[in-house]
Ligand binder design. Sequence first.
Ligand SMILES: [Zn+2]
Ligand SMILES: [Zn+2]
Length: 645
Amino acid sequence: MINITFPDQSVRQFKSGVTGLDIAKNLSNSLAREVTAITVNGELWDLSRPINADASIRLHKFTEPEGQHAFWHSSAHLMAEAIESLYPGTKFGIGPAIENGFYYDVDPGNGIQISDNDLPAIEAKMKELAASNGVYKRKEVSKKEAEEYFSKKGDEYKTELISELEDGTISLYSQGNFIDLCRGPHLPDTSQIKAIKLLNVAGAYWRGDEKRKMLTRIYGITFPKQQMLDEYLEMLEKAKERDHRKLGRELELFTFSQKVGQGLPLWLPKGAQLRERLENFLKKVQREYGYLPVITPHIGQKELYVTSGHYEKYGKDSFKPIATPQEGEEFMLKPMNCPHHCEIYKSKQYSYRDLPVRFAEFGTVYRYEQSGELHGLTRVRGFTQDDAHIFCRPDQLKEEFIKVIDIILYIFKALGFSEYTAQISLRDPSDKTKYIGNDENWEKSERAIIEACEEKKLETTVEIGEAAFYGPKLDFMVRDAIGRKWQLGTIQVDYNLPERFELEYTGADNQKHMPVMIHRAPFGSMERFVAVLIEHSGGKFPLWLTPDQVVILPISDKYNEYSQKVFNFLKNYDIRTLIDDRNEKIGKKIRDNELKRIPYLLIVGEKEENSDTVAVRKQGEGDKGTMKPEEFAIFINEEVKKQLL
Ligand SMILES: [Zn+2]
Ligand SMILES: [Zn+2]
């Protein structure tokens, strides 16, 4: 018998060789139908793999990321099986599970092109194969066996992958007639895969290398229930409508130029003003919380990043250092603001009474991303972080965390994110060698984060082993209006940089001590945050932030003069107003301006001019009655005030 420890720390005995599926069945039949994978001693396993020694386990359903991973990975194999049966001789690259679904890179050979038009047939084949309940079988093989199988099959992609693997670590998985090189884990069989949709076809260079062959990448997604797929496809449709790249163009917020360079956003006037309002909003909050502004250059000496360790981390995969005419001088585009802020801290002597010190900067950084990875404002090569670094004593950590959490929650409220969770990432206590800093500090900081979250009544998940090597962290995830999750703000404890930069303060004992550093960025970056905000709001920004708050619509050009009078009046109240005096029917003007997401439409005609009023229409809500311009100004300024409370 072996002891199986469950997540609640209860222990039950099972026969050696018991599988995850057996354990699930033992607990309940309905659970057994829902589980898709199991974590055994921290490693994700197949439900059908025998457990031969005492172990801690966690069973995963499809609703968990681990469960989805196994489900979608198994689906990638199923798709490959379908492709092999429809296109015999196809060679296979890699086929991983991704955040939403899976893909497989394939080379059908013989001049065959697989296009979007072929997807329904592959999908139908997958459904047929899934219904035949193919069992996913794991087989551990020697490197030689694996090489022999795939070279006989003529799949040079797989043999290339195998050549880089260590003997003794290789496993093959088979289902039906298809065999794949794979670490797993997989579902017990294909019967759980009930709903299948292949989404699109793209080109992808083998191993991401532009000099190598272009393979066909087929994306798909699967679910255990048809209803889940229907909901997902509906969400995708909605997502298309609110794609920030599309809305960014339509609302004239930002653009890209091939000439300026890929991944380098150009902010248009409306976007730049929106961003400036966001920055001013955060600057104001930060001032109230005792942050001090600093400004640092966009480049720094290579040596700075060697000291910080960023050269080692970003150096070879990043932009090359910039050489100057002076020999031996090398500069790098700044990948992080932290090293600069450490040097600012070092410019002065601090006593324990001076701490915490909080340096804030909207600091622009540059990181190389492959062109295929770039995506609108969410994946760029140059971006501005709403960065700040807090240097504090270890006993101040909890209070500082609470303050940063307060700032983040205030931001979420002001920007209409009502659903959010936080993830606490702690170190793996069974492998302390991976982490820098002493036990006492780690325990203190982890406790500080956990207690701060409890005090703020945050809904949290705790991930053991997810901490960075230099400290634990707290990440915020928001759920947007159509149910997608986005990672936004982070708060990160750091014991590493203070050590590398030899930062210190004089303690009450008159001795030198090392401060703790906290990195924090509530927005993450301005680019990413604006992208998320666009996709969340569908371009309907909160009134305080939106580029144009009000548009005046004269019914005919007879009322242009009165419109101008109202416009001048509102301008004095700092209300961002436009006049639409095009020679168009009023119905068309209303529709056009609603499409531009302008929150308030003021319609003026004879009645309004004679009574010195405006007819107010609110986007999405319709008629709000007539008001005097001064009443309207107070009305909308009240709304703004309420949003920023
Ligand atoms: Zn696999
Ligand atoms: Zn930092």
